[in-house]
Ligand binder design. Structure first.
Ligand code: NAI
Ligand code: MG
Length: 331
């Protein structure tokens, strides 16, 4: 039987509380995992001068996938760049995949089943910034290569789903950068005659997500727009406590809850572990363990349906550990 080698990076805050729970759930399956715990981020930066040291990257590359919790990115520390953004770029994880699906809870809109595919390496998160006296600049970078990769990824995904792609830009204003994004996406679309393509502006899309989320299947967009729209979509289906994501590259993938370290919630043992557990479900799919992936999702859904063991963000009063226990029992 295969042993899956995993890099496990819980990170600070609630990352350190939910990731061990996801690992506990993985270990309750009949699969075997070799978990290698690692650290990146601000504490590492203070010791080594870089948030993601080369040695850690080397260790990560020896594994098949990474389960990641969260980072805390302090604002206004000179020379510091977000560890997770640095890591995504270093590992070439070009596609950030964020599903939003209706779950059986009160706060969830019905009939939502969409995936936001967000370009993960450039856009307004290019990291290219500079200052002049009394002004500051961030470069929005859109390249033909990265756009082709991300749009192709979205169309391939749509072929396995309801065969619809919404290409989201602001090409009417960002004429150069989103003009290119649109041009490349149209070219890629030619290879997928069975997929229905819709082009939409980001502002209208934000509104339609709230009014008619069920019309969307796969949404593909650049980095910042995808970041915002995916948090919005998460809000529609129950909040950050339920939102998982995958960061996928040509030969490696990292799975994480959409949420961050939530410092104010940390240390109380009541963070919702479901987002991290659903992220590990996405990882099981990636590793080819689709049957276990399905069982994990069903177990989460049954705990939600029963509604007895929930963390406070979903209106319950149970702890992180109790929720994981209930999911493991349902498995
Ligand atoms: P956040 O996602 O950490 O938390 C926002 C709010 O959502 C929290 O106050 C909490 O009420 C709720 N929440 C999030 N996850 C939850 C869970 N599992 N269970 C119950 N409630 C939950 O975002 P925030 O507060 O804006 O950022 C905190 C830190 O996290 C910052 O330093 C930020 O840079 C970092 N961050 C890191 C991310 C990553 O590692 N991928 C993503 C987002 C933020
Ligand atoms: Mg975000």
């Amino acid at each position: 039987m295969t042993t899956y080698k995993l890099a496990v990076i819980p990170g600070p805050g609630i990352g350190a509380e939910v990731v061990p729970e996801a690992v506990r759930l993985l270990e309750s399956t009949d699969l075997t995992f070799d978990c290698r715990y690692m650290e990146i981020g601000y504490e590492v930066f203070k010791k080594t001068g870089t948030p993601v040291p080369d040695e850690v990257l080397t260790e990560i590359r020896k594994t098949q996938a990474c389960l990641f919790g969260a980072t805390t990115t302090p604002v206004g520390v000179p020379g510091y760049k977000s560890a997770i953004i640095t890591l995504r770029r270093a590992l070439g994880l070009y596609a950030n995949v964020r599903p939003a699906k209706s779950y059986p809870i009160q706060k969830s809109m019905k009939d939502v089943d969409l995936v936001i595919v967000r370009e993960n390496t450039e856009g307004l998160y290019s990291g290219m910034e500079f200052e002049l006296p009394d002004s500051a600049y961030t470069l929005r970078v859109i390249t033909r290569k990265a756009t082709e990769l991300i749009t192709r990824f979205a169309f391939d995904l749509a072929m396995k789903r309801r065969k619809k792609v919404t290409v989201v830009t602001k090409a009417n204003v960002l004429r150069k950068s989103d003009g290119l994004f649109l041009e490349v996406s149209r070219k890629v679309a030619e290879d997928y005659p069975d997929v229905e393509v819709e082009e939409a502006f980001v502002d209208v899309t934000a509104m339609r997500l709230v009014l008619k989320p069920h019309i969307f299947d796969v949404i593909v967009t650049s980095n910042l727009f995808g970041d915002i729209l995916s948090d919005e979509a998460a809000g529609l289906v129950g909040g950050l406590g339920l939102a998982p994501s995958a960061n996928i590259g040509a030969d490696y993938a990292l799975f994480e809850p959409v949420h961050g370290s939530a410092p104010r919630l940390a240390g109380r043992g009541i963070a919702n572990p479901m987002a991290a557990i659903l992220a590990s479900k996405m990882m099981l799919d990636y590793l080819g363990e689709n049957r276990w992936a399905e069982r994990v999702e069903k177990a989460v859904v049954s705990v939600l349906e029963e509604g007895k063991v929930l963390t406070p963000d979903l209106g319950g009063s149970s702890s992180t550990k109790q929720v994981t226990d209930a999911i493991i029992d349902a498995l």
